[in-house]
Design a protein around this ligand. Structure first.
Ligand code: SF4
Length: 276
């Protein structure tokens, strides 16, 4: 095989990896760095994924960036040496693991996390928007909540949340025909249902974009035997303050001490705003 063929083959691998939602959620400089590093050490698809995950974690934890960390490590292992890649990745993983297992220290000021601009798209796909929570199974201890999947992706940035990496381009997709889809759902009038909004998003962060809140409130009015819960960490309640509400809906906020919100729940409402 010619060297140019090998290079071409590796470029295909990088191109395939560049479509990964995880990679898309990185900023451009980081993407470029990971590509350069990947090319220099011929990282496998899984290794590219691992480095991207570590890059995201280091950033979220407010630690030294993966660029600086890898530059430090690689200065001791020249590219071209067969074993270099193994040693570099091992050092990087060990470093990441040490941080991961270290108890969080909230005594210093919260790190400044730069907001990631996320593309917002209208989702016209024919996917299911109603059903049991995906975690529910015979093997899980589950509250058996039924959920409405009105928005996929989240514009907020909680460090412990994996939702941002689920979707292509790191974009937030808003269901564009939720009303029609909810209209087609037939519930047993003899049963009561607890339904959660926001299976793969924050229930309110996108407001009423695409009429998703109109559609869900209409669904609650039409089905008095449901209790519809909107779970949020945002302060986007204006829509509810000016809408006619049926008695079977409620909004819930998860609560954490302000120090945890400052360090981990980036761009969300403060504790005071959540309970105020
Ligand atoms: S608000 Fe919820 S969905 Fe959004 S990032 Fe935080 S935990 Fe994830």
């Amino acid at each position: 095989m010619k060297l140019s063929d090998t290079k071409k083959g590796y470029s295909f691998k990088l191109a395939a990896f560049s479509g990964e939602a995880l990679f898309q959620s990185l900023d451009k400089d980081l993407q470029d760095f990971i590509f350069q590093f990947g090319s220099a050490y011929k990282l496998t698809y899984q290794e590219l994924r691992q480095v991207s995950e570590i890059a995201i974690d280091l950033k979220m934890w407010g630690d030294i960036s993966v660029v600086d960390r890898l530059n430090l490590i690689t200065s001791r292992y020249p590219a071209g040496n067969g074993n270099s890649k193994k040693h570099i990745l091992k050092e990087l993983q060990d470093y990441w693991h040490t941080l991961k297992t270290k108890p969080s220290d909230y005594s210093s000021n919260a790190p400044k996390v730069k907001s990631v601009v996320r593309k917002v798209t209208d989702n016209t796909d024919d996917h299911e928007i109603f059903g049991p929570c995906p975690v529910a199974s015979e093997k899980t201890v589950c509250c058996n909540l039924i959920t409405i999947d009105a928005v996929q992706g989240c514009s907020l940035g909680c460090s412990y949340c994996s939702i941002q990496t689920f979707y292509t381009d790191g974009a937030v997709a808003v269901e564009s025909n939720l009303e029609d889809k909810l209209d087609q759902i037939e519930l047993d009038p003899m049963k009561n249902y607890h339904i959660g909004s926001g299976q793969s998003s924050d229930s309110l962060a996108m407001g009423n974009r695409g009429g998703v809140l109109d559609a869900q409130l209409g669904f609650a009015r039409k089905n008095p035997n449901i209790i519809l819960e909107f779970k949020t960490k945002s302060k986007e309640v204006d829509y509810f303050l000016t809408s006619e509400l049926s008695p079977n809906i409620f909004i819930s906020w998860s609560l954490n001490p302000q120090v945890i919100i400052d360090h981990e729940e980036h761009f969300t409402a403060s504790l005071k705003q959540r309970i105020g």
